[in-house]
Design a protein around this ligand. Structure first.
Ligand SMILES: C[S@@+](CC[C@H](N)C(=O)[O-])C[C@H]1O[C@@H](n2cnc3c(N)ncnc32)[C@H](O)[C@@H]1O
Length: 321
């Protein structure tokens, strides 16, 4: 399996983070705003390369790391060797947070982190199809056991369905034209097939690559990212201890809107970042992928405890690798 991973060494950044293949975004801010303390119990819902998990461990926090992508687990386990604070690394979706916590019999959770989107490890993997810079099969699944791939969406959706995906999930201004060209160019089988279609739609190179929004939209649709985020946040709210903190790092306006509304409207959470925290110029220079990041944090209040939730039906323990 290790042969699958192409190492990605960014030019800058702290040496230990480079070893992870993914530089954790807003690392110091996350640890500070989660008020990580020795012996506290934290859940990293999006383990990725394990960078945030390690930062929490370094402050003495005990961590459960979860990722829906099974390929992340052995890699993170390797990079977290020696971190005795790691409670478990679990291949599951954060939409199952409650059952994961129950299976581990965790008495309380002091902090929960969602660092959304795709990791550098996934982007740089030539087989996964997440990047418009690499020619790869049109896959884009976080969970390789899932049936739906990008290829199916692109080759079988109606023009209206494609338009809705590109407009809604990518806020793509040429959604109509690109949807039309995708249908005309079928069958599409690789990421470069899709990039050629986008080029034919006449998109000019601006501040971002012309394919950015289309790839984002298809990836969100394949992985049902927005629906999962809403479910995951609701589960997180239910398992936080009073005084515990929930942190969400988003990378585009759709994710940020969901996080902002959730934290603002929740009866049991009090936002503690009136405005989202952004990476400073040094961080963006060192890690350009951090440039669109927004961190929002809220605290679970003691006053409005949620009723204890009933055990999930048909519960099966998460797969522990
Ligand atoms: C930006 S990366 C996290 C990087 C990590 N914080 C680090 O420092 O290395 C996002 C991760 O979330 C994972 N992910 C996406 N959807 C998920 C879900 N529903 N449940 C669990 N993990 C998910 C992806 O597989 C990816 O590894």
């Amino acid at each position: 399996m290790w042969g699958r991973w192409k190492p990605f060494w960014p030019r800058f950044g702290n040496l230990r983070d480079k070893d992870l293949g993914h530089i954790p975004v807003l690392r110091r801010e996350v640890v500070e705003l989660l008020c990580v303390h020795p012996g506290g119990c934290y859940i990293d819902c999006t383990l990725g390369g394990g960078g945030h998990t390690r930062a929490i461990c370094e402050r003495g926090g005990r961590v459960v790391g979860i990722d829906i992508d099974p390929y992340t687990i052995p890699r993170a386990r390797e990079s977290l060797k020696g971190c005795s604070e790691v409670i478990a690394l679990i291949n599951d979706s954060f939409t199952n947070l409650e059952s994961i916590v129950q299976a581990l019999d965790l008495p309380r959770v002091d902090g929960i982190l969602f660092d959304l989107g795709v990791s550098s490890l996934q982007l740089e993997d030539e087989q996964r199809g997440f990047s418009f810079k690499l020619d790869a099969p049109l896959d884009m699944r976080f969970n390789p056991q899932q049936k739906l791939k990008a290829e199916k969406i692109l080759n079988t959706s109606s023009k209206d369905e494609l338009y809705a995906i590109l407009k809604q999930y990518g806020e793509e201004d040429r959604a109509g034209k690109i949807a039309h060209l995708i249908r005309e160019s079928r069958p599409l089988s690789t990421t470069f097939d899709l990039v050629r279609v986008i080029q034919r739609a006449g998109k000019k190179r601006g501040r971002i690559h012309p394919a950015t929004k289309v790839f984002q939209a298809i990836r969100i649709a394949v992985n049902q990212e927005l629906e999962n985020l809403e479910l995951g946040l609701a589960e997180a709210e239910g398992i936080l201890s009073p005084g515990g903190r929930l942190a969400v790092i988003s990378y585009h306006s759709l994710e940020d809107r969901i996080a902002k509304n959730f934290l603002r409207t929740s009866l049991s959470l009090k936002p503690i970042t009136p405005k989202p925290i952004r990476p400073n110029r040094t961080e963006v220079e060192e890690n350009p992928r951090s440039r669109s990041a927004k961190l929002r944090v809220a605290e679970r209040s003691a006053e409005n405890p949620l009723p204890p939730s009933s055990p999930p039906q048909g519960f099966s323990p998460p797969l522990k690798i």
